[in-house]
Design a protein around this ligand. Structure first.
Ligand SMILES: [Zn+2]
Length: 127
């Protein structure tokens, strides 16, 4: 069973706000593998805003101390699914970026700049 993902979470809103300020034309909610949170359609950049706990951010993730037999496989499955979705997107010609929840909240402008750079690189390559 798939867990239901929340749409338009606080880190997503923070990143979208920063993207608007940076003038990056983007959309939310794409009908693509893994349902990326934000896409830049013009340059085919797909962005996932991932929760630090559920997707095991390198900075914040600490293995749960209780019910590890439940959490460890669950988070491992999330990571495996993330990798599968990224591969499927790349096969379709998309660049895939992961922005961690903490980055979107603490440094939304820097996160938006990463998205903008990826979009520019793609635009340069495809022109
Ligand atoms: Zn984090």
């Amino acid at each position: 069973m798939r867990s239901i993902r929340k749409m338009n979470t606080r880190p997503e809103r923070a990143l979208r706000h920063a993207l608007r300020s940076a003038g990056v034309r983007h959309r939310t909610y794409a009908d693509l593998p893994g349902t990326p949170d934000i896409i830049v359609p013009a340059s085919k950049v797909a962005v996932f805003v991932h929760g630090c706990f559920w997707h095991a951010c390198p900075k914040h993730y600490r293995p749960a101390k209780t019910r590890t037999e439940y959490w460890l496989p669950k988070i491992a499955r999330n990571k495996a699914r993330d990798a599968r979705n990224a591969r499927a997107l790349r096969r379709l010609g998309w660049a895939v970026l992961t922005i961690w929840e903490c980055q979107a909240l603490e440094a939304p402008d820097a996160a938006a700049a990463r998205v903008a750079r990826a979009a520019q690189r793609r635009a340069a390559r495809n022109s």
